[in-house]
Ligand binder design. Structure first.
Ligand code: VTB
Ligand code: MG
Ligand code: MG
Length: 320
């Protein structure tokens, strides 16, 4: 496939899964050890190694940090064999490293890819996020409205009482007021310790996860990864960078972000043909964690592609 092609070769969906499987296995060997740095490093090393086997001319757009600050998988780093389509790569080898260190649910290895120029470049700052799954009228929730308005509108569209809506929110002091507001309306909250990429993906599948809406402030890179996933699952999301200091605004500006208060839609964060893969590290609502057995290791991976909106789940057995 030529470099200018906008639709990625569909075989990349499986290629990405191999990469996230390796990262997840490496992280899982260190889960529950209370050492998030070691688990993260193992995942980074494994993902770095596997990425170079892909036939892509890839550039990391969402990675482990800025050049000079992250030793591997930094923003701007070239990955892949260089023979293949020019693509943007967004990754988090261990999303939810704190929950992995505690062996709590929903830490995952994540990788997304889209034609060059398709993924929004964001600095490593916070982003306010709001996400719901597919099947709702466009614009029924928005960051321009209050939590109460959003939850009430969502409940009405779903045809349930607002007390039957569950919001997923990161357990952080900064969310004190949001949490109060949500509870005042009567909705339930699933408080998570970490891992808001999984949180957003969960909101896209309420029947399976029990989560109807994702709300609150988390990492901006995680926001773009979540948007890449939502392009494939369907669903709506808004993101607003928290550029609270001149220094943060300057970092955003250097990446081409000139409107600091802009609200980004899913398509503005991830356009074009997106392929996405996530493998469970610890057990979660959608993905099982890695299992080690005498002669094999098992993994569970979500593989998706926006062009066709195909969502696949793959259980793999890796013989040792
Ligand atoms: C969230 C969470 C991530 O960063 O994005 C969070 O989903 C935001 O930062 O797993 P704080 O921890 O400072 O609140 C992570 O925890 C780490 O990437
Ligand atoms: Mg990371
Ligand atoms: Mg992360």
């Amino acid at each position: 496939m030529g470099k200018e092609a906008r639709a990625l070769d569909r075989t990349f969906t499986l290629e990405l899964a191999r990469v996230t499987e390796h990262a997840a296995i490496a992280a899982a060997r260190l889960r529950g050890r209370g050492d998030e740095k070691a688990a993260d490093q193992a995942a980074v090393d494994a993902m770095r190694r596997e990425l170079d086997t892909l036939s892509i001319d890839g550039t990391i757009v969402i990675g482990e940090g800025e050049k000079g600050e992250a030793p591997a998988l930094f923003i701007g780093e070239s990955v892949g064999s260089a023979e293949g389509p020019a693509v943007d790569v967004a990754l988090d080898p261990l999303e939810g490293k704190t929950v992995c260190a505690k062996n709590l649910p929903n830490s995952i290895a994540v990788l997304a890819m889209a034609p060059k120029g398709s993924l929004l470049k964001v600095p490593d700052v916070y982003m306010e996020k709001l996400a719901i799954g597919p099947g709702y009228p466009a614009g029924i929730v928005s960051l321009t409205r209050s939590a109460e308005e959003n939850l009430t509108a969502l409940a009405k569209a779903k045809g349930v009482d607002v007390t039957e809506i569950t919001a997923c929110i990161l357990d952080r002091p900064r969310h004190g007021r949001l949490i109060e507001e949500v509870r005042a309306v009567g909705a339930a909250i699933r408080l998570i310790g970490d891992g808001d990429v999984a949180g957003v993906i969960h909101a896209a599948n309420p029947a399976e996860t029990g989560i109807d809406i994702y709300m609150g402030i988390g990492g901006a890179p995680e926001g773009v990864l979540a948007a890449a996933a939502l392009r494939c699952t369907g669903g709506q999301m808004e993101g607003r960078l928290q550029l609270t200091t001149p220094e943060k605004r300057a970092r955003a500006d250097a990446l081409g972000i000139t409107e600091p208060n802009r609200i980004y839609s899913v398509e503005e964060m991830a356009s074009g043909d997106v392929v996405f893969a996530a493998t469970g590290v610890t057990d979660g609502n959608l993905l099982d964690g890695v299992r080690f057995q005498r002669d094999r290791i098992t993994t569970h991976t979500l593989m998706m592609r926006s062009a066709t909106r195909t969502i696949r789940e793959m259980h793999a057995q890796h013989y040792i």
